[in-house]
Design a protein around this ligand. Structure first.
Ligand SMILES: C[S@@+](CC[C@H](N)C(=O)[O-])C[C@H]1O[C@@H](n2cnc3c(N)ncnc32)[C@H](O)[C@@H]1O
Length: 223
């Protein structure tokens, strides 16, 4: 018997359908909504760096689902995803947020303060690989969100996977890189993401699924 070709069941991605999805997700916390607006107002050229709207509720869901208390974010920008995760953490939970920009993360700090979760977030301004290497080697992380420079993803993966507890998650954003990942001659960020996706798929320490959420999201679980 031959296996039938896979059938693409995804509906056409219209703006109306996207809005419908947003309308049927939990509403954003008011400070998160305000942060979306402020980021667009203060950094109009860079606002596209912010994680997609639906990723906030999804990250919060994963935090609650796994009972995460020790979380790391690689790539914080103005703090949208970090705030979504910090709000979902229990009061004694901690999020280490890694970024290199004082300017962008100043807005993040304001939002965390306003939402009353600043005490849960430990912002570290340095190249993320240095911050990750300085973390304890023990497998005590519950969830890591990767959303920084794409050329660093494999290094970040190699630093965080041994530090994840069994059942802990790595959530990696932009794994489809605007669809450029299918190009075997891709260069730059697309080539880096292609290499990352191969690396993850071959890693026997984890079980990973790639989803067509936003710009592509891989969720990997430490075995
Ligand atoms: C796509 S944005 C992150 C968006 C963020 N997750 C959000 O929801 O708003 C990527 C961030 O990675 C940071 N970044 C780039 N290279 C980095 C590095 N080597 N180490 C740490 N952060 C880095 C940038 O400064 C930028 O703020």
């Amino acid at each position: 018997m031959t296996t039938p070709a896979p059938r693409d069941k995804r509906p056409p991605q219209t703006p109306e359908l996207y809005q419908y999805v947003l309308d049927h997700n939990p509403p954003l916390h008011p400070v998160l909504s305000e942060l979306v607006e402020t980021t667009h107002a203060r950094f109009p050229e860079r606002a596209g760096l912010q994680s997609a709207r639906e990723q906030g509720p999804l990250l919060a869901f994963l935090i609650r689902l796994t009972g995460a208390r020790r979380v790391v974010e690689v790539g914080t920008f103005t703090g949208f995803s970090a705030l979504a995760m910090a709000l979902a953490l229990p009061p004694d939970g901690k999020l280490i947020a890694c970024d290199v920009s004082e300017e962008w993360t100043a807005l993040a700090r304001e939002a965390w303060e306003k939402a009353g979760v600043a005490d849960r977030v430990d912002l570290r301004i340095a190249p993320a690989v240095e911050t990750l290497r300085a973390l304890p080697a023990a497998p005590e992380l519950d969830l890591v969100y990767l959303d920084a420079d794409k050329g660093g993803y494999v290094d970040y993966w190699e630093e965080v996977v041994p530090r994840l507890r069994p059942g802990g998650l790595v959530v990696a954003d932009n794994v489809l890189l605007h669809g450029e990942v299918t190009d075997p001659d891709a260069t730059g960020a697309a080539a880096a993401i292609r290499a990352f996706n191969e690396h993850v798929a071959a890693d026997r320490r984890t079980e990973a699924v790639m989803l067509t959420v936003a710009d592509g999201l891989t969720i990997a679980r430490r075995l």
